[in-house]
Design a protein around this ligand. Structure first.
Ligand code: IPM
Ligand code: MG
Length: 427
């Protein structure tokens, strides 16, 4: 507890004054009584005032702390996870702290366990405490989970099961993954210039808590051989809510939606198509078309510029977003937001835990930092702050700084920590 310095000095001065008066009185012992009474009165006042001021100097500090007015206060559950997770999340938190300082916000972090580290500490990939804390927070920031250490565990005990469980528990049905070819990193794009044309700037809205990931599954033995199945099941409401996210997203972009399915084969896709077509009628200003998933995989490398917003089911979305990120040249740059019906979201880079470079301060923290920017925008409505972070990343890249994964000739290679520091300096 630190005292308020001004008050403290006032108190000390009053006490000194009272002591001086005491000695003065001792000298003036024989002075007529009214003056003596007056001086005793002053002495008591000074002493009392001084003591009150000293006490207040401490009390005021506490009150001041409570009173400090922030523009916004948010609680963020932080899951650092496995592999490079802790390194990249630390840099993203540094960036969030810089934003909080600049714009007078307060971010309170609550660190929780999920994935491999949770298995090691508690025996489970997703402890109940983690779900509880995430549910009570304004958003969740996640690094990455998984690694070879836990690869041999049975399916329902793997780190990834923790991630799926958390997405389900938080009701995060829409996963938003932007793929943008940054002109500064154009060299990293594996596609030919004539294919890239005017650039790539698309967004995949992936359904996240339905389909084969969450459907009934089983592995059993019949006639001496193993048989396994997974089921893809969607209800109309599940399709409708994610479709609406895509159409609303498109309105803020180039007003174009491609719904991707396999309606020529799968019943679940035929229902998907029927519902999305119905929803599309509510957005006549948005250009809409359907595309089969195999064709979409091909079009992404043939003419990626044609896409604005792609909406698709969970498994297709998982596959297409890896492809969509790779054509921008750098999976280490792509953030994601997982949203539900409220404001709370889970923000994570789309890359994995990269155990081969874990703990070496080599990882690229940009995807996680850009995920934090998405958090500012989608969960906290802090558009200006989000833009500031994105601009800072851009400036650092334009100045030629690169982590190992995006390094090219003539650039300056920096560590994970240095990249975080450089981005902070530009906020
Ligand atoms: C992703 C990942 C996850 C998924 C894994 C880690 C379970 O690949 O977020 O794309 O398949 O959803
Ligand atoms: Mg994936």
């Amino acid at each position: 507890m630190k005292p308020d310095k001004k008050r403290l000095w006032q108190g000390i001065l009053l006490v000194i004054l009272a002591i001086l008066l005491f000695f003065f009185l001792a000298v003036l012992e024989r002075v007529t009584s009214p003056l003596q009474k007056f001086l005793v009165y002053i002495l008591l006042l000074s002493l009392g005032g001084g003591i009150i001021a000293i006490v207040m100097s401490f009390a005021r500090d506490d009150a001041q702390k409570k009173e400090r007015k922030y523009n916004m206060q948010k609680t963020i559950a932080v899951i650092k996870g496995d592999g490079i997770g802790p390194e990249i999340v630390t840099e993203a938190m540094k960036v969030l702290d810089k934003v909080a300082e600049k714009y007078n916000h307060k971010f309170t972090y609550k660190e929780v366990l999920m994935g491999g580290c949770a298995i090691d500490a508690t025996g489970e990939p997703l402890p109940q405490q983690t779900i509880d804390i995430c549910q009570c927070s304004d958003s969740v920031l996640l690094g990455a989970v998984g690694g070879p250490k836990w690869d041999t565990l049975p399916g329902d005990r793997r780190p990834e099961k923790g991630l799926l469980g958390l997405r389900g528990a938080l009701g995060l049905f829409a996963n938003i993954r932007p793929s943008h070819l940054n002109p500064v990193l154009a060299d990293a794009c594996p596609l030919k210039n004539e294919i890239v044309g005017d650039g790539i700037d698309l967004m995949v809205v992936r359904e996240l808590i339905g389909g084969a990931y969450f459907g009934k599954r089983e592995t059993y033995v019949k006639d001496g051989e193993k048989i396994a199945y997974d089921t893809t099941k969607y209800s109309e409401s599940e399709v409708e809510r994610v479709a609406r996210v895509a159409f609303q997203m498109a309105r803020k972009r180039r007003s174009k939606v491609n719904s991707v399915d396999k309606a020529n084969v799968l019943d679940s896709s035929r229902l998907w198509r029927e519902v999305v077509e119905r929803v599309a009628k509510d957005y006549p200003d948005v250009e809409f078309s359907n595309m089969l998933v195999d064709n979409c995989a091909m079009q992404l490398v043939r003419n990626p510029g044609q896409f604005d917003v792609i909406v698709t089911e969970n498994l297709f979305g998982d596959i297409l977003t890896d492809e969509a990120s790779m054509i921008t040249g750098s999976i280490g740059m792509i953030p994601s937001a997982s949203l539900g019906s409220g404001k709370m979201g889970l923000y994570e880079p789309i890359h994995g835990s990269a155990p081969d470079i874990a703990g070496q301060n080599k990882a690229n923290p940009i995807a996680t930092i850009l995920s934090a920017a998405m958090m500012l925008r989608y969960s906290f409505d802090m558009d200006v702050e989000a833009k500031n972070v994105e601009d800072a990343v851009q400036k650092v890249l334009e100045a030629g700084y690169r982590t190992g994964d995006i390094m090219s000739e003539g650039c300056k290679q920096v560590s994970c920590q240095e990249m975080g520091d450089l981005i902070c300096q530009n906020i």
